[in-house]
Design a protein around this ligand. Structure first.
Ligand SMILES: [Zn+2]
Length: 270
């Protein structure tokens, strides 16, 4: 072999490796984000808006099933949080926490993050954190965007305040290797999307996790996001009978390195 031939070969080899480099880096980054392989049939249950039925019905039923869940609480303005025929009291929220459920932050007044500046957002987060401290509830590390409105401006605030995961809308399964942890997609249940929910539950496989967003069961405060109790129990029974692992959002830290996952490029589209 001549010197120039050998040089050519080595250049070819190097360029081959260089071509593979982005792929290798991507694989390494993926491996760093995932602490361990995500098993099939992992489902996260999240319940929004501090609706009364969360304390009187959902919590005790989930306990019976041995399921975990996150309750994202806020103090609604309309109808007002003071209406205890519609919303939980802070004592009831603390009761859910004592039962082992996660209490997450949904802002003080359900203010959309794209409708307030950073200082206002910090104050709304802190209001819920202070209430949690007052009622001996662990400091929230999960956040849910009111109205599913997202904003890049929210990221710095969430990170500085120590949040690990933030759930949005999107209505599709969560891919922890590709989705930014502050843009965790949720699939919203209603009175009319039974098929969509069952189809979604079947997608909890091949590294993907299904996060359900549920409001009141039933929901007297916001009827358009009502989930009827009999439909809800059908979902729970299906999850139990089919051996799903049903957890809170914070429990994702078992599988995902939230710190490393913050390096994933966020995609801001609804
Ligand atoms: Zn909400």
């Amino acid at each position: 072999m001549t010197v120039s031939n050998s040089l050519l070969k080595s250049v070819k080899k190097t360029s081959g490796i260089l071509l593979l480099l982005p792929l290798l880096l991507q694989l390494t980054a993926k491996a760093q984000v995932l602490k361990k392989l995500i098993p099939d049939k992992v489902v996260v249950l999240t319940f929004d808006d501090a609706v009364l039925s969360h304390a009187t019905y959902v919590g005790p039923l989930l306990k019976k099933y041995g399921f975990g869940a996150t309750f994202f609480v806020c103090e609604f303005v309309t109808p007002p949080f003071s209406d205890k025929t519609k919303y939980m009291s802070w004592e009831q929220i603390a009761g859910l926490s004592k039962m082992g459920f996660e209490i997450g932050n949904h802002t003080q007044n359900h203010t959309h993050v794209n409708k307030m500046d950073s200082l206002h957002f910090v104050a709304e987060l802190k209001y819920i954190e202070d209430k949690c401290a007052q009622y001996h509830i662990p400091k929230p590390i999960s956040f849910a965007y009111p109205g599913y409105d997202i904003s890049p401006k929210a990221f710095g605030v969430l990170k500085a305040a120590g949040y690990q995961f933030a759930r949005a809308g999107f209505d599709r399964p969560y891919d922890p290797a590709a989705d930014h942890p502050y843009l965790v997609p949720g699939i919203t249940t209603s009175a009319t999307n039974r098929k969509q929910v069952f189809d979604a539950l079947d997608m909890a496989k091949d590294g993907k996790i299904v996060v359900l967003t549920i409001h009141g069961v039933p929901d007297e405060a916001h009827v358009w996001v009502n989930t009827p109790p009999e439909l809800f129990e059908e979902y729970l029974k299906y999850l139990k009978d089919n051996h799903y692992k049903v957890i809170a959002l914070r429990d994702l830290a078992t599988y995902i390195n939230a710190e490393k996952a913050l390096n994933i490029t966020p995609v801001f589209k609804k």
